[in-house]
Design a protein around this ligand. Structure first.
Ligand code: GLN
Length: 485
C-alpha cells in the first residue's frame, strides 16, 4: 500500500478495496519502524489520525467525500494545527500549541485527508539542508549520510521513505522544490497568492508560499486543487478562480515552447545533474515540445537580493517572539530587557540569529536605501527578465539544484555555499511565479530534480507537462533501498 500514489489510494478507497483506517495504521506502523533512522517527523498524531480515518471511512460508506477523503498526509511543522504543537523546528516554539488552524491544513482536513503528524524542518524554514532544526537533522533515505535538502526536508524524506503518500511544504526561496529534488519526489511552489498563508508561520512574507509535495504530478494536482483558492484572512491571497487541475492534466506538451536559460547551464552546475536535465529536455522534445535557448540576464543577482530581502522581512516577522506572549521564556528574568534578551538568545538557533542580525542591519536608518531599496530594485529586474521570457516561451526548464544531496555537516560552516544551493529556485520566489520539481534521473545513486517554471497562475500547464513526462519515465516510481515495495 505504501508504494501507491495518492491517485491510486483514492481509487482503492473509492472501490472499497482498502479502508482509510487500514491505510493509516500501515503508515503509522512504518513511521514507528523507519522514522527513527530519518527523523523526518517532529510530532506523530497517531490517535487523531485513526479517529480521522474512521470518520473518513464513515463518510465514504455514506457515499460522501471527495478524491482525498481518507488519504493520509504529513504537514510541515510550520502550519498551525489546532491543539497540536507547532514548533517551526525551533526551541522558541517547542511549547507552542496553536490556538487555531492554518488555511492549508484546514482545507486538506476539510477534503477528508488524515493528518499523520508534523514534519521536521530547518528552524523557521531558514536553510537548505534541514540540519538547523532544534529537533536534530533529517536524513535522506537515499543515503542517510546525506541531507534531504531544506527547509521542507522532513516532508521530502517522509515521502521518499514511503512514510506518507502526500505532504505539505513551504517555499520562500526553494524549500519545497530543492528538498523534493534531493529526495527524488515531486513538489510544487504555486504562484504567490494562490494558496493562503493564513496560519503559516511567517519567515519572509513577500516570498513565502505553501504548496503540495507528493510522488507524482497527478498527486500534486489533486492536492493543489484542495489547497488553492481565495482566503480573505490572507491580505495577499488572490481572488482568482481555481481551475480544474486534474481536468487539465492530459493537455500534454505538444507545440509548447520550452526555454532553457543559458545562465542555468553554466559554472557551478554538477556535470551529472546537467546530463540528467539535458536528457529530460530531449524527452520533452520527443514529446512534441519546441525547445529554445533564452536569457535571464539578472540570474546572478537573485541570491544576493534574496539575502537582503528575506533577512529583512524575517527580522521584522520574528520580532514577535519576545518571551512575553507565547513561545520560549527564560527563567527568572530580572527586568524586561533581560527577559527579551535571554528569551530570544536561548530560543533561537545560530542561523536564525544570523538572519535577524543581517536583516536588522539592512533595515536600519542610513542603510535602508543602500541595501533594502536596492534589493527591491533588483527584484524588479528579475521579474522583468521572466516577463520578457514568458513572451517567448510557455515554460522554462532547468535543474532544481546545482548538485545532488550533499553530506550532513558539509555546508554548515559555509553559509555562502549553503545559500547557493538555491541558486535556481530563489529567482522564482522573487518574481512570485509558480514552479515545480520532479525527479529526472540519478547521479551516483542520488536523485536529480528537474525544475519547470511557469507563468503566473499557469500551474495547470506546469502539472500537465510534468504528468506527460511521468507517463514516459519512471524516475518518480523509484524507491530508495529498504523503503520500497
Ligand atoms: N534556503 C533558503 C533560505 O535558507 C530558502 C528557504 C525556504 O524556501 N524556506 O532562506
Amino acid at each position: 500500500m505504501h508504494e501507491m500514489t495518492v491517485a491510486e489510494l483514492s481509487a482503492a478507497l473509492a472501490a472499497g478495496r482498502i479502508s482509510s483506517e487500514e491505510l493509516t495504521r500501515a503508515f503509522l506502523e512504518r513511521i514507528e519502524r523507519l522514522d527513527p533512522g530519518l527523523n523526518s517527523f517532529i510530532t506523530v498524531t497517531a490517535e487523531g489520525a485513526l479517529e480521522q480515518a474512521r470518520a473518513a471511512d464513515r463518510r465514504r460508506a455514506r457515499g460522501e467525500g471527495g478524491p482525498l477523503t481518507g488519504v493520509p498526509v504529513a504537514h510541515k511543522d510550520i502550519f498551525c494545527t489546532l491543539g497540536v504543537r507547532t514548533s517551526c523546528g525551533s526551541r522558541m516554539l517547542d511549547n507552542f500549541v496553536a490556538p487555531y488552524e492554518s488555511a492549508v491544513t484546514e482545507r486538506l482536513a476539510g477534503a477528508g485527508m488524515v493528518t499523520l503528524g508534523k514534519t521536521n524542518m530547518d528552524e523557521f524554514a531558514m536553510g537548505s539542508s534541514s540540519e538547523t532544526s532544534h529537533y536534530g537533522p533529517v536524513r535522506n533515505p537515499w543515503n542517510p549520510d546525506t541531507v534531504p535538502g531544506g527547509s521542507s526536508g522532513g516532508s521530502a524524506s517522509a515521502l521518499a521513505a514511503r512514510l506518507a503518500p502526500a505532504a505539505t511544504g513551504t517555499d520562500t526561496g526553494g524549500s519545497i522544490r530543492q528538498p523534493a529534488a534531493l529526495c527524488g519526489v515531486c513538489g510544487l511552489k504555486p504562484t504567490y497568492g494562490r494558496v493562503s498563508r493564513y496560519g503559516m508561520i511567517a519567515f519572509a512574507s513577500s516570498l513565502d508560499q505553501g504548496g503540495p509535495m507528493a510522488r507524482s504530478a497527478e498527486d500534486l494536482a489533486l492536492l493543489l486543487q484542495a489547497m488553492a483558492g481565495f482566503d480573505p484572512r490572507d491580505s495577499t491571497s488572490v481572488e482568482e478562480p481555481v481551475p480544474d487541475y486534474a481536468g487539465e492534466l492530459d493537455a500534454g506538451v505538444e507545440g509548447l515552447r520550452i526555454g532553457l536559460p543559458r545562465e542555468y547551464f553554466a559554472e557551478g552546475l554538477d556535470a551529472g545533474v546537467a546530463r540528467a536535465v539535458e536528457e529530460a529536455v530531449a524527452q520533452f522534445r520527443r514529446l512534441g515540445a519546441e525547445v529554445r535557448e533564452i536569457g535571464l540576464p539578472n540570474t546572478r543577482l537573485a541570491v544576493p537580493a534574496y539575502y537582503v530581502i528575506a533577512p529583512a522581512e524575517c527580522s521584522s516577522n520574528l520580532s514577535r517572539y519576545d518571551g512575553v506572549r507565547f513561545g520560549h521564556r527564560c527563567a527568572d528574568p530580572t527586568d524586561i530587557d533581560d527577559l527579551y534578551k535571554r528569551s530570544r538568545g536561548e530560543g533561537f538557533g545560530a542561523e536564525v540569529k544570523r538572519r535577524i542580525l543581517v536583516g536588522t542591519y539592512a533595515l536600519s536608518a542610513g542603510y535602508y536605501d543602500a541595501y533594502y531599496r536596492k534589493a527591491q530594485q533588483v527584484r524588479r529586474l528579475i521579474r522583468d527578465d521572466f516577463r520578457r521570457a514568458f513572451g517567448e516561451v510557455d515554460l522554462i526548464v532547468g535543474p532544481t539544484s546545482p548538485s545532488t544531496a550533499f553530506r550532513l555537516g558539509e555546508r554548515l560552516d559555509d553559509p555562502v555555499t549553503m545559500y547557493l544551493s538555491d541558486i535556481y529556485t530563489i529567482a522564482v520566489n522573487l518574481a512570485g511565479l509558480p514552479a515545480l520539481s520532479i525527479p529526472c534521473g540519478f547521479v551516483d545513486g542520488l536523485p536529480v530534480g528537474l525544475h519547470v517554471i511557469g507563468d503566473y497562475f499557469r500551474e495547470g500547464r506546469l502539472l500537465a507537462a510534468a504528468h506527460r513526462y511521468q507517463r514516459e519515465t519512471d524516475w518518480h516510481r523509484r524507491a530508495p533501498a529498504g523503503f520500497g515495495g
